[in-house]
Structure formats: C-alpha cells, structure tokens
Design a protein around this ligand. Structure first.
Ligand code: HSE
Length: 436
C-alpha cells in the first residue's frame, strides 16, 4: 500500500523532530501502522531553512494553503501555534477533508468545541496528544486506557518552565525573579514567558484533560488561573519545614456540584512521588474508581519528545482513517451526544485546604485572635508554625495549615484577619492538596 502522505504546517523545533524521528524509525513505525508514513510537503515562511531540514525530496512552500489544497495530502500537521492563522488553517484543512494533528493546546482549549464539531461533521479526526505534557501519552491514557473508569480527579505538573523555576528556587534559595532571569539566559524560558509563569499554558492543558476525563466541553474561559510570579522563597522554605513542596498544579476534580478546573501554586506532601518531579519534567496523577491512582511522568516539551506524541497520532490516524467515523475513539473520549452539562465551579466554590502566612506583631493574644476568626468560620486548623522572632524584632511569621474548607469561607476569614491591627502585612495564602 502506498505510504500515507503528511503535510507539515511549520517546521520549527517540533516539526524538525517529527521529520527526523519518522525518518529514523520508519521501518519500526511502518511495522506498527501497517503502511508507511511520509512527510511529502512542508509549509514554512523560511523556505531555505525548511529545505535544509527536509532535503530535496520533500516539496517546500511558503503558503500553508497549498498544503491544504494538495489532494495527495492525507494528514495536515499544524505546528504554527496560537489562535490566529492556526485556527483558520485547521478549519480549512478539516473542510478540505484532511485529518489534522496538532500540538496547539491554546487553540483547542479556547476553540476546541468549534473545531471538534467541524471535524465530526466532516468525518475527520483531530488528534492532539502533543498538546498536553509533550511526550507523555496522557491523552491516550485518559481517553482509552482508563475508559472503564469513573475518573474522580487529576492533578499535573504540566508546565516545565515553571517547574524548573520552582525547583531552582527550592534548591538554591533564590527569588523568582533571579531564577527567571537565569532560565531565560540559558534558553529554558521563552523571551516572553507570560503564558508559562502566569499559569495560562498549564490552564490550556488541564482544560483539555478535564474535558476528556469528565466528558464536558472544553471551557478554558471558566478555568481559575494563578501563576507563580508572586511566590516567595520564604514560603517554599516554610512549606518544606512542614513536610511539603510547592508545585504549580493543574487540577480538575469531579464534585456533586460541578467540575473544579484550576491552576495555581499548591503545597503537596513531600512524600508524594509527584512532589519529587524536578526541573523541566512533567507528571500527571489520575485518580479513578477502578484503577485507583496512576501516575504518568516524562518530558513535557522538546523536539523529539513532542515528535513522539505527534507521530503516535499519525499512526493512530493511519490505522483508523478507513474505519467508520462512528467507530473511532471520540475526540473528547465521550460520544458527542453524551457530553455532560455539569458546570465548571467558580473558585469561590472550590473545596481545598490552605497554607497561610501572617506577618504579625509578636505580642500576647495575637494567635488567639487569629485562630478565633478561623474557628468562627468553622475552619479547622491542621498545623501551626511560628518563626522565633529575631533579636530585637517585634514581629514574627505565623504559618497555619488548615483542613479542607470552601474557598468563599477562607476569603471571608482572611479579610477579617487582615483587619486586625496586629496583622502587619498582606496575608499570603497558598492552596494545599494532599493528593491521597
Ligand atoms: N512552554 C511549555 C513548558 C512547553 O514550559 O512546559 C510547551 O507546552
């Protein structure tokens, strides 16, 4: 059978890796897919650079629409990124009857509903393993491997840049700003790292995982997103003294009232495997009723790890493209007419536990007043740590860990504590998850 023909839109880091791995492992991949998979056309604005990567046997153009218009191309791989032209091209490729593979988490988290509906109507596949956690096959695991289960929650370190920064802050006691500058100098962080450090990239990814885990539409606009820019080195140190590490987690949970969908820094018990995921590595924990807790770990970015995910999708499409569309795995794991309308909960309705740090006057009765406010709000305390005041200091830090409570109650309690004349600075609040 003649090889299936692939057109790449963009041949940067991931496109180059995809081309290289397909070439290097072509025999192994063909034995799995049942036929060859060949990149026969590439669109890139830098034609000369693209030609230097793919050689003379691959047609290189500077106009992506020429790839989409080529009747010989079976699968279009979108590696442009962003919501702009990429959205247009993906929709045009679907309309042209092409299957699409994309690593574009932003596009699918924001416009997934429209894109999956268009693909469903046209009977083509849109595959996106590379969009979440790079080389970790988490989409495959959630959508197929765990299909017997009622999934209860998932939590992941799904942004390597921020995990690298947090690891360095903990290891070396450095500030966020210092580590970010170093990471940029070393090329680990983007020149404009906003999407990473503000939690937006992680929120795109957890939005996709949540949709597949619970069978709800992709709803990035309802996700709660908080990054790591305000984290202070002292909180990482205090957390450690209490047996916790701070990680930026993407969390989604099913509750009777709705779905929690949130990204924020989070205390995690140091003894959990996920708390020990360091540097730019990614990991996702999934808790489901039949299997219990599973953990997926690996490289969340980079040329060949991401290419590994792109090619897995190419193989899936190669095997399934002749199948009746109704018998394929649905885009979001659940049949489109069986999606749940469970709402995404606002952050005020989320239930979690908390780490609080209060800068307080070191005088009698302060602790009683603070704990009194928590008791009145029916918030139970799990642990308290007080820094010994330094020589000549008239203030100290009070660290409180609480048990679970609804966020709205905690907001109220923090507002009341902040009014106390003995609370000398804005209160730091970091959410905590036991993940057990
Ligand atoms: N910028 C992402 C990260 C990789 O730092 O993990 C691509 O999603």
């Amino acid at each position: 059978m003649k090889p299936i023909q692939v057109g790449l839109l963009g041949i940067g880091t991931v496109g180059g890796g995809t081309f290289e791995v397909l070439k290097r492992n072509q025999e192994e991949i063909q034995r799995r897919a049942g036929r060859g998979i060949e990149v026969t056309m590439v669109a890139d604005l830098d034609v000369a650079r693209a030609k230097s990567i793919v050689g003379a046997n691959v047609q290189v153009v500077d106009d992506a629409r020429k790839v989409i218009a080529n009747p010989d191309i079976d699968i279009v791989v979108e590696l442009i990124g962003g919501y702009g032209i990429a959205k247009q091209l993906v929709l045009e490729a679907i309309e042209a009857g092409k299957h699409v593979v994309t690593a574009n988490k932003a596009l699918l988290a924001v416009h997934g509903t429209e894109i999956f509906a268009a693909a469903h109507k046209k009977g083509v596949m849109v595959a996106f393993e590379a969009a979440v956690a790079g080389g970790i096959p988490i989409i495959k695991a959630l959508r197929e491997g765990l299909t017997a289960n009622r999934i209860q929650w998932l939590a992941g370190i799904i942004n390597g840049t921020t995990n690298f920064i947090l690891s360095e802050m903990r290891d070396k006691g450095l500030t966020f700003d210092d580590v970010l500058k170093q990471a940029q100098a070393l090329g680990y962080a983007e020149a404009d790292p906003t999407f990473d450090i503000e939690g937006v990239d992680a929120a795109h990814k957890v939005t996709l995982m949540s949709a597949i885990a619970f069978g709800v539409p992709v709803q990035f606009d309802k996700a709660y997103v908080e990054g790591i820019t305000k984290l202070e080195a002292q909180d990482i140190k205090y957390a450690e003294q209490l047996g916790y590490r701070i990680k930026l987690l993407g969390i989604s949970k099913r509750t009777p009232a709705g779905i929690e969908l949130r990204v924020h820094p989070c205390l995690v018990p140091a003894k959990r495997l996920i708390a020990n995921v360091e540097g730019a590595m990614n990991a996702v924990m999934v808790h489901a009723d039949a299997v219990g807790t599973t953990l997926y770990y690996g490289k969340g970015a980079g040329s060949e790890p991401t290419a590994s995910a792109v090619i897995a999708d190419l193989v899936d499409i190669t095997r399934l493209h002749t199948a009746d569309p109704l018998n394929r795995v649905p885009h979001l794991a659940f049949q489109p007419d069986a999606m749940s309308s469970l709402p995404i909960l606002p952050i005020a309705q989320v239930v979690t536990s908390y780490y609080l740090r209060l800068r307080v006057a070191d005088q009698a009765g302060v602790l009683a007043k603070v704990t009194g406010i928590l008791a009145n709000a029916d918030i139970s305390i799990d642990a308290v740590l007080q820094r010994e005041a330094g020589e000549g200091e008239s203030h100290t830090d009070l660290i409180i860990l609480t048990h679970d409570c609804v966020e709205a109650k905690m907001n109220q309690a923090i507002a009341e504590m902040q009014q106390l004349s003995t609370v000398l600075a804005p209160i730091t609040r970091i959410r905590k998850e036991e993940l057990n």
